[in-house]
Design a protein around this ligand. Structure first.
Ligand SMILES: [Fe+2]
Ligand SMILES: [Fe+2]
Length: 286
């Protein structure tokens, strides 16, 4: 697996997801300018201020971008869904304007394009957060206007070949599991099934499968099936945990944020994670 064509240059494939722009716990750049329209129709510029979680996330995000840019001339960025939070769940939105949420997301992606990233793929996320796919289209259009030379596209489910290594990337998939000792089981079943389906169609299974949506990092799990080897990994998010998140995770006390990187060199594909864990509990002596 992961044997590359000789002479191919090193490339980086960066995958991140779940920015949930527009939510008070979603990613927000400090200098994002939004327009406020008053009842008379006059507009004014306002800059939303960052909450403590957003300050933490923005600093971490900048750190991650900084450690990737400059390492390689050839970086492809994949945003694997949920760039915006949408308006279905309105609690703790700082803007209910879909346009504003798209502007916030656009501003979050510009540091990559400003730094020379020329290829971006936005993978469609959860419909309730993206107006069934409309926000991805709006963000791509906004970015294409500012960066006309960049190769920007939207996919529902990507199958990408990078110098001979293949990546199957989609937003929805298995979770890592709810118990520490069963972590990865569901993902391995999922991957084995995907691999066998491909082998049954006389197709080579992808080398890597990347999924997101659960806002929870899962390190790579490897599966061997019918002489083939593939790996699956789940990306974390760049957004905090709200009350709904606490409810559905049954008060998970640690959240991980960050991104994953594949360095696809002349001989092999090297996986790297850039993550940081945050303890969500309020600790005090009483
Ligand atoms: Fe999400
Ligand atoms: Fe999602």
């Amino acid at each position: 697996m992961n044997i590359l064509r000789r002479g191919s240059k090193t490339r980086l494939l960066v995958v991140l997801s779940d920015l949930h722009c527009g939510h008070r716990l979603g990613l927000l750049a400090p200098d994002t300018e939004l327009l406020e329209i008053d009842p008379e129709g006059d507009s004014d510029v306002w800059v939303p201020s960052l909450g403590p979680t957003q300050e933490y996330l923005w600093e971490l995000y900048q750190e991650h971008i900084g450690s990737i840019i400059g390492r390689c001339q050839d970086v492809t960025l994949i945003v694997n869904g949920d760039l915006t939070h949408g308006v279905k769940y309105r609690d703790a939105l700082f803007t209910e304007s879909i346009h504003d949420q798209c502007v916030v997301a656009e501003r979050c992606l510009t540091p990559w394009l400003d730094a020379g990233v020329k290829q971006l793929r936005i993978v469609r996320g959860t419909g309730s957060h993206t107006l069934e796919g409309s926000t991805e289209g709006m963000i791509a259009r906004l970015l294409a206007k500012s960066y006309p030379k960049a190769d920007i596209g939207i996919v529902g489910h990507g199958l990408f070949d990078v110098n001979g290594t293949t990546f199957d990337i989609a937003h929805h998939g298995p979770s890592k599991g709810i118990r520490e000792w069963t972590s990865g089981n569901q993902a391995r079943y999922y991957l084995r099934s995907l691999m066998l389906a491909e082998i049954g169609r006389d197709r080579r299974p992808p080398d890597w499968v990347v999924r997101s949506h659960f806002h929870s990092y899962m390190p790579p799990e490897r599966v061997n099936a019918a002489g083939r080897t593939s790996e699956i990994v789940l990306t974390p998010s760049y957004c905090g945990m709200n009350g709904h998140g606490r409810q559905i995770t049954r008060s998970q006390h640690v959240q991980t944020h960050g991104l994953i990187v594949f360095e696809i060199g002349a001989e092999r594909c090297r996986f790297e994670k850039m993550i940081k864990s945050l303890d969500l509990r309020s600790s005090e002596s009483l």
